[in-house]
Design a binder for this molecule. Structure first.
Ligand code: NAG
Ligand code: NAG
Ligand code: NAG
Length: 370
């Protein structure tokens, strides 16, 4: 099945390749600002982050052998607050005019540019262009607290269940305002967990999860290796407006360690990733994910899990074997397909074989009627 998927994907790429001109496809995008009101409970974060000593201490606590156990509890209070209402503005690009809409959710230390690189000659890494050429429309947004979307408190707003509620709203928006007939969610990393959580709450037509294994036990090397610093100390011009709980990897080599695998990428693309594409994430995002029990068994949509073999945070650096029981995670999904051995690290889209990964996703969606 895996081989069939990949071969089909290659066949499609061979026929679709001449059909698109990147410049024309760029013109099919418009920038939109989507107001979103959510009413969800919050976790109360108990760590205070004032400076980089606190970040170092937080990372130590989160990567301790007994992290998450009573001897070293997660830095959040046990009880959630009452539901709290907030309105945010989500910045997005909407591209294409198809009634099959893909909603793309990026990960942490990432931005919407993960799906839509803006460096010259970046077409082979551009998921959005490939999706347009394959006949889809795309809603590509910056998550809450990232890029041009609303700035939000890293402690109170940028939490997993809040980001999930935002994605739920974007599914409604796609149906109501973008005239989508079918909606598929495509997520990467933290965005894949958000995608799964949204699909457990909302009816969607398919989901594709990348940088995801469903197993959170490999987060340690990722957190430790990122060399996290308070973002506003790293780049006050770019991130001075963010509170001290926004964290960012400290240099291009740290970013490369967590997101890339030799020899399957270009160093210039890792540099672009670190200096342009990557954006800080909020301290509230990790403990709220670790505390949330995603209701995977409520997901009925078809599921594709697509992995670079050398993914650090999802698989501890080698996915082969880690996904063998992934079907059990989605007992009520219409279908579950997985690929665990693409020649890439965590940032699948930015490795040499990206176009094959894209085509595998489109082939899967076509098989599921999108
Ligand atoms: C990490 O744990 C230690 C010991 O419990 C605590 O004193 C410290 O405040 C924690 N660090 C952060 C940033 O929460
Ligand atoms: C959608 O876009 C394509 C490519 O630009 C164009 O050929 C087609 O006419 C458009 N369809 C509609 C319904 O606007
Ligand atoms: C996650 O991975 C760890 C380490 O390999 C393993 O012990 C555990 O059983 C896995 N959990 C699930 C739910 O697969």
């Amino acid at each position: 099945m895996l081989h069939n998927l990949v071969l089909l994907g290659l066949a499609i790429s061979a026929t679709a390749a001449p059909a698109f001109n990147p410049t024309d496809l760029g013109k099919q995008c418009r920038n939109i600002v989507i107001p979103v009101t959510v009413t969800v409970p919050r976790y109360v974060v108990t760590s205070d982050i004032v400076d980089n000593w606190d970040v170092t201490s937080l990372v130590f606590n989160l990567t301790r052998r007994d992290a998450g156990y009573p001897t070293d509890p997660l830095p959040v209070e046990d009880a959630l607050t009452e539901p709290r209402q907030s309105t945010y503005e989500i910045s997005a690009k909407f591209c294409g005019n198809s009634s099959s809409v893909l909603v793309l959710t990026h990960g942490i230390i990432e931005s919407h540019k993960y799906w839509q690189p803006d460096f010259p000659g970046g077409s082979e890494y551009n998921f959005v262009e490939a999706a347009l050429a394959a006949g889809y429309s795309v809603l590509n947004y910056d998550r809450l607290g990232v890029g041009a979307s609303s700035t939000a408190s890293s402690f109170e707003d940028a939490q997993f269940q809040v980001q999930t509620a935002v994605l739920d709203s974007l599914v409604d928006y796609a149906h109501e305002r973008l005239h989508a007939n079918k909606v598929a969610l495509v997520g990467h990393s933290y965005g894949a967990y958000l995608t799964a959580a949204a699909a457990s709450q909302k009816s969607v037509d398919a989901i594709a999860l990348t940088g995801f294994s469903g197993n959170l036990s490999f987060f340690g090397p990722f957190l430790a290796g990122a060399g996290l610093h308070v973002a506003n100390t790293l780049d006050p011009v770019r991130w001075g407006h963010l509170d001290n709980g926004y964290l960012m990897s400290s240099d291009v080599y740290a970013t490369s360690y967590i997101y890339f695998a030799e020899p399957h990428f270009d160093h210039d693309i890792a540099r672009w990733t670190h200096h342009v594409e990557a954006e800080p994430f909020a301290i509230g995002e990790l403990p709220s994910l670790l505390r949330t029990e995603i209701q995977y068994s409520d997901i009925q949509a078809p599921v594709l899990v697509l992995q670079g073999q050398y993914d650090l945070s999802a698989c501890g650096g080698n996915c082969v074997g880690v996904l063998d029981n992934i079907r059990d995670l989605f007992p009520n999904a219409k279908t579950v397909e997985y690929v665990d051995n693409l020649p890439a690290g965590h940032n699948l889209n930015l490795h040499h074989g990206a176009i094959d990964a894209f085509n595998t996703i489109f082939t899967f969606l076509q098989e599921e009627g999108l």
